[in-house]
Design a protein around this ligand. Structure first.
Ligand code: SF4
Ligand code: SF4
Length: 186
């Protein structure tokens, strides 16, 4: 389903492939990493926007208010400010967009659409400050094996990735058929 006014061609959540040649047929090394807005604790996108379109909520979600100012925004600095390439830009309407954690559903007591719609149940959502939540329990259980993307950026990303049997590749060498950059790689 299409949610959050995702415009054609936008990938608010995009699954990348991590190639690992060390695997064999029975234990292939390749794995997949869905990348979306990391809802950073220190979101570099927020101060980058000269029109205050991006905002971090008290619950941690980073959302976009009205994107009307984007139409007059010539430099689109938010795109360069995000180290995760999580912000997409609709060249047709000249507006930015990204995953907002389905803040409207969260406000109504629900979870983001990706959680129930992942048929393998690969995505969990919750309050990391709540010791009883599934995410804090999983992070507690996995410890250092709950990886974060590019922690060196200082953005303090909220998203954790569990990988127990593969070498973690961070974002280096990730491949996405949908990504339109040079050579199709990050
Ligand atoms: S991942 Fe990018 S868009 Fe999302 S909060 Fe962090 S800096 Fe902002
Ligand atoms: S494109 Fe929109 S969100 Fe991005 S910096 Fe410009 S006004 Fe802000």
């Amino acid at each position: 389903m299409r949610k959050n006014d995702a415009f054609p061609g936008a990938h608010f959540i995009e699954t990348f492939t991590a190639m690992d040649a060390s695997g064999d047929i029975e234990e292939p090394g390749t794995y997949f990493i869905p990348i979306m807005c990391q809802h950073c604790g220190n979101p570099s996108c927020v101060p980058a926007c000269p029109h205050s379109v991006l905002r971090k909520r008290s619950d941690g979600l980073v959302v976009m208010d009205s994107t009307d100012p984007c139409v007059q925004c010539a430099e689109t600095p938010c795109l360069d400010a995000c180290p995760y390439d999580a912000i997409e830009f609709d060249r047709k309407t000249h507006r930015a967009g990204k995953c907002d954690g389905c803040a409207d559903l969260v406000d109504a007591g629900g979870v983001p659409e990706c959680v129930p719609n992942c048929f393998l149940g690969a995505i969990a959502f919750g309050d990391m400050e709540d010791e009883a939540s599934i995410v804090s329990q999983v992070v507690e259980q996995y410890g250092p094996a709950a990886f974060r993307l590019k922690p060196e950026t200082g953005n303090d990303p909220s998203v954790r990735y569990l990988l127990t049997r593969r070498p973690w590749k961070d974002m280096e060498g990730l491949y996405s058929p949908a990504w339109e950059g040079p050579e199709g790689k990050r």
